[in-house]
Design a protein around this ligand. Structure first.
Ligand code: NAP
Length: 289
């Protein structure tokens, strides 16, 4: 959604966005890439009210994340309050019919040990080339239809990769997880996703701590008496994205979810929208062949 359409909404930590097939995705996620202790950090995030954890096979912490979620759910009085959205991803090296099927089954078995099913399984990246990408995507749809996973999506897919799925006559992903923040707004991908009803998840929403001294960010943070990372995460929410901030630091985990008693106004959003300079802090492989 562009600044002209961005409407400040009464978000809460419990806010969700419906995916195309009806699942409810919690608006604020929690990332665990390069987490030094994913089990402890996930447990802390859940205690702070996050209900959406973003893992990946590549992160080698699916087991830790599932263990933390299992323990948390066990201690909750009823199913509703303990509902946690769990995402994982299969990277390009494991794309292709047989490799992706094996990978999904392995990850599903890890979750099953804890009585869990992955809510969302993503193709982590488009790097495997057209044939293996499409084969991998078909596998995710089949595994979803078989109930092995609940929803299917992609990550780091550019417009050409999304169009390729459409041209192949396959169902479109429900989610595309990309690097997006004020300094990398990915407008063509975002516009395409909006047109196709694909929810955009925002990784590196706080730029791994880079650009925190930017004068515009500093000005807006000062105006609202909050921190720069809070401004960045709030920007992501108000743009309609699903931000996935990561932290292993309890105070930051809490602060990154303390976003619901201020709102960016039209002039803040206009100022932040001017920061777009195509600056990626991560790998951003949205243009690979
Ligand atoms: N699909 C993909 O290809 C892809 C790529 C990258 C990331 N992701 C996902 O997106 C998540 C987030 O991205 P990311 O982890 O790369 O970057 P990020 O969330 O933008 O930044 C995380 C870094 O910022 C620090 N930090 C967190 N909160 C802070 C705060 N309030 N003040 C100052 N520093 C703070 C963290 O340090 P501490 O942990 O030490 O507190 C960590 O070093 C990942 O964990 C992963 O789940 C996906």
């Amino acid at each position: 959604m562009g600044a002209e359409h961005a409407v400040a909404q009464p978000f809460t930590l419990a806010s969700q966005v419906p995916l195309r097939r009806g699942a409810q995705l919690p608006r604020l996620g929690f990332g665990v890439f390069q987490s030094s202790n994913a089990k402890a950090s996930t447990a802390h995030a859940l205690a702070m009210g996050y209900r959406h954890i973003d893992s990946a096979r590549y992160y080698h912490n699916e087991d830790e994340v599932c263990a933390a979620v299992h323990k948390f759910k066990d201690g909750m009085p009823n199913e509703g309050t303990g509902a946690v959205w769990l995402t994982t991803k299969v990277q390009g090296q494991e794309h292709g019919t047989a490799a992706t099927a094996k990978a999904v089954d392995e990850s599903a078995a890890i979750a099953k040990k804890y009585g869990l099913t992955w809510d969302l399984f993503l193709l982590h990246d488009p790097t495997a080339g057209k044939q293996k990408r499409l084969e991998a995507w078909k596998v995710l749809l089949e595994k979803r239809d078989q109930g092995v996973i609940k929803s299917a999506g992609v990550s780091n897919f550019g417009v050409r990769h999304l169009e390729e799925i459409k041209e192949a006559g396959l169902e479109m992903p429900e989610v595309n997880q990309i690097e997006v923040h004020p300094f990398l707004q990915q407008k063509p991908i975002v516009q395409f996703c909006e047109k196709e009803g694909i929810v955009v998840e925002a990784y590196c929403p706080i730029l791994r701590g880079q650009r925190f001294d930017d004068p515009t960010l500093q000005k807006v943070a000062k105006k609202h008496d909050v921190t720069v990372p809070q401004i960045l995460i709030r920007w992501s929410l108000q743009k309609g994205y699903v931000p996935l901030p990561k932290s292993d630091t309890p105070g930051r985990i809490q602060a990154n979810a303390d976003l619901f008693d201020f709102e960016l106004d039209g002039s803040d959003l206009a100022d932040l929208d001017k920061l777009d300079e195509g600056f990626a802090v991560s790998w951003n492989p949205v243009n690979v062949e």
